[in-house]
Design a protein around this ligand. Sequence first.
Ligand SMILES: Cc1cc2nc3c(=O)[nH]c(=O)nc-3n(C[C@H](O)[C@H](O)[C@H](O)COP(=O)(O)O)c2cc1C
Length: 187
Amino acid sequence: MFKKLVRQRRTAYQFLDKSLDKDLVNQCIDAAIWAPNHGLTEPWRFFVLGNQTKQSLMTIYAQLRADKRAEPGSEEHQTIYQKACQRFLANPAMVLVGQLKSSNPVTYKEDYAACSCAIQNFQLMATEFGLGVQWSTGPIIEANETYSILKINPEEIELIGLLYMGYPSCDSNQIRKPVAEVTQYYP
Ligand SMILES: Cc1cc2nc3c(=O)[nH]c(=O)nc-3n(C[C@H](O)[C@H](O)[C@H](O)COP(=O)(O)O)c2cc1C
């Protein structure tokens, strides 16, 4: 059963226009916080976006996307901006994941690993609910405006991922190299 769940979890890029129960998101977060973490630092923080905040972040997302692809002020920029707004709002739910910043570089690294495990737990729980997740590390998580909208102190917390989620509208096919290709065995 676990093997099936692991194989079923595939990054989802497109979602049905169907909202999801808030409780499902909370259950995914509850699965996330049971991830291993060295020294019980529990370095993860979750920021669940409501509609008002989505609208605010949408403008940042669209601006960054359009600025990267076209000359500001151009017609193309405007088109990309509009499409990006639609694309952003087409994600039924969004959860930002932050990592508590440690002054100790070893702890910092280990805490990122712990947060990654938490995100994987989150995704597996979502998969069990028939939901899909896209773990994104796009520029929006680095933008100062994102921190100010969410009232996050960048000296205390680093945003490490934006999880887009919803009911997937198409299957994603992925392949992996066989075990023998990525494993060395020793006598
Ligand atoms: C740390 C990390 C960052 C990622 N960032 C992005 C991203 O910015 N945009 C994106 O589309 N997918 C992102 N992904 C998802 C990967 O592209 C995805 O896991 C990969 O294509 C394998 O597909 P699968 O998840 O279906 O196995 C990220 C995954 C990880 C682990």
